[in-house]
Design a protein around this ligand. Structure first.
Ligand code: SF4
Length: 415
């Protein structure tokens, strides 16, 4: 049987698209190449969110060519779309595909555009991509150039896909998108994320529905209230803050202020005291003075934020920010990133410890954690729990008593 190999860099959307391509290949009779085996086709799903990601994409392409000398090599993803000429310079590549091109090999024909809105259902908590592209053009971000304008899956299809996942035995779905808060604005008649979630709550097609990242100004009062009132929308918001300094936010072309973010988080926490609130922070943007960094640091420190994703700034060719003066020295960017990550770890630990002694519904995954051999699961408010228990708990929602937190790992037993 012909063998394929897919390697993926970058974000959840890329991971999800790779899973979908893998499912599609399997349904056509292909099998994944095992360890040590060479593949007949090799797909490298690249990322270009930073210069480092572009460099890693090139490295991974070279490794794949070396390890699979006879394979048909296909490069897809954001780096393929934004820098096809760079990739063409590399020897041994058979096809470069953008997001809307056809994926076509000598043995396999399909349309990548078909993958664009599809379901990846091999996970316990599958992703459903309901939106792609972005019109926002934040000054540091290559994504609008790489993925094009915002497009959405019609609400009826979203509901249908969720039902399908439920019928396939899933208990949770993660709604993903590049700019989820823009959901529905491109459709005719236009709709919104708020309307979609209202409909999901009315029709109740799944035990748990989780949102991936939503921009601060797009997290509406209705979404917050619906989440507080619903047993099905996860008590979890991931909000890309990026900076807590108003001057830097303006330079980033981010349409909110520090005060707006503070009010938003306070409001969410008042309605949902057990909520997990995650934030993305971009450290070392050009012009980020000590004072500006301190503004971000103290904002995060003082708010009920549960975890951070910290990204050190690296200029991306083709974006306005790559030409901005007053660059922050890379040593300082590194130090600030470490400081911010340490704060994130402390906030996470504090958040986890609040739940010791409580009983929480945990969705247990199909695989055990490698090091401890314990079952892995996730609560509605995004706490990863390691559970002692038998395999029969797998892929089930189980009540777990949280016993202790050690090294930021949470341990529990069925209650
Ligand atoms: S909202 Fe800004 S950061 Fe997010 S994808 Fe769009 S341009 Fe990039």
């Amino acid at each position: 049987m012909p063998k394929f190999f897919i390697t993926t860099l970058g974000c959840k959307v890329n991971q999800y698209e790779s899973e979908v391509i893998a499912e599609e290949l399997k349904s056509e009779g292909w099998v994944p190449a095992g360890p040590g085996e060479t593949a007949d086709i090799c797909i490298i799903h690249t990322c270009t969110v930073t210069q480092k990601a572009s460099m890693q994409s090139r490295q991974v392409i070279r490794q794949a060519i070396r390890a699979n000398p006879d394979a048909e090599i296909i490069v897809s993803g954001c780096y393929a779309r934004t820098e096809p000429d760079e990739i063409r310079k590399m020897e041994g590549i058979h096809q470069i595909i953008g997001h809307n091109d056809k994926l076509q090999t000598s043995n396999f024909k399909s349309h990548v555009s078909r993958f664009t809105f599809h379901v990846s259902d091999s996970r316990t908590r599958p992703f459903l991509k309901i939106q792609d592209g972005c019109n926002a053009f934040c000054t540091y971000c290559i994504v609008p150039y790489a993925r094009g304008r915002s497009r959405s899956m019609p609400p009826a299809d979203v509901l249908e896909n969720i039902r399908r996942l439920k019928q396939a035995g899933r208990h949770e779905v993660v709604l993903t998108g590049i700019h989820l808060g823009c959901y529905g604005l491109d459709l005719s008649p236009s709709t919104s994320l708020t309307e979609l979630l209202t409909r999901i709550c009315e029709e109740n097609p799944m035990d748990r529905v989780r949102l991936s990242s939503v921009e601060p100004h797009e997290l509406t009062d209705t979404i917050i209230t619906l989440t507080a009132q619903s047993d099905h929308l996860c008590h979890h918001f991931h909000i890309p803050l990026q900076s807590g300094d108003d001057g830097i936010l303006r330079r980033m072309h981010r349409p909110y202020t520090q005060a707006f973010f503070r009010d938003l988080v306070t409001k969410i926490h008042q309605q949902l005291p057990d909520v997990a609130i995650g934030a993305d922070i971009l450290v070392g943007f050009p012009g980020e003075s000590e004072r500006a960094f301190e503004n971000t640091y103290s904002l995060v420190r003082d708010l009920p934020i549960s975890y951070l994703h910290v990204f050190p700034f690296s200029p991306h060719k083709g974006t306005p920010a790559s030409t901005y003066p007053d660059k922050v020295p890379s040593k300082r960017i590194k130090e600030r990133s470490q400081q911010m990550r340490a704060l994130g770890n402390a906030k996470k630990s504090e958040f986890y410890r609040r739940f010791v002694g409580k009983t929480m519904a945990v969705l247990v995954e199909g695989k055990r954690e490698r090091k401890t051999g314990l079952l892995k699961g996730t609560t509605s408010n995004y706490i990863p729990v390691l559970v002692s228990g038998q395999d029969e708990l797998k892929n089930r929602l189980v009540n777990i008593s949280v016993e202790e937190v050690r090294d930021n790992l949470v341990f529990g037993v069925p209650s």
